[in-house]
Design a protein around this ligand. Structure first.
Ligand code: 5GP
Ligand code: ZN
Length: 113
């Protein structure tokens, strides 16, 4: 068993604000948001890196992202969305469970990668 924050959220052992859930994926609000509505999407199964994801889970995750991006944008009346994956520690991945960031963007916010 790995001790993983996002697995604990998936299992309901840690509280989170669920944005979307299906059989293979969970989306929830980031605890330290870069902007209002900053959402994380994770496969429910524990995989550390994108390259570890089986093809079907990768496809599911992308399909969820496609729906989540416009939904989050509308929900917080954002102007745009930045989607990002920190894939590996050197890229800034702090939680070793694949997760995509959906970050609402606002005209002139000056943020972004
Ligand atoms: P990373 O740097 O690994 O790409 O991003 C990890 C993200 O997870 C960060 O944006 C951080 O705020 C978020 N995070 C870390 N721990 C928790 C938690 O317990 N709950 C939630 N909702 N987000 C978390
Ligand atoms: Zn995990």
């Amino acid at each position: 068993m790995v001790d993983c924050i996002f697995c604990r959220i998936v299992d309901g052992d840690l509280p989170s604000r669920t944005v979307y859930e299906d059989d293979s994926a969970l989306a929830f609000l980031d605890a330290n948001p870069l902007a209002p509505g900053h959402t994380l999407v994770v496969p429910k199964a524990h995989h550390e890196r994108l390259d570890d994801l089986p093809d079907d889970l990768a496809a599911d995750l992308l399909a969820v992202l496609y729906d989540l991006v416009p939904a989050v944008e509308r929900a917080v009346d954002a102007d745009a969305i930045t989607v990002g994956f920190n894939d590996g520690a050197a890229a800034g991945q702090e939680v070793p469970h694949v997760h995509g960031h959906v970050v609402p963007r606002f005209e002139g916010d000056g943020g972004g990668p």
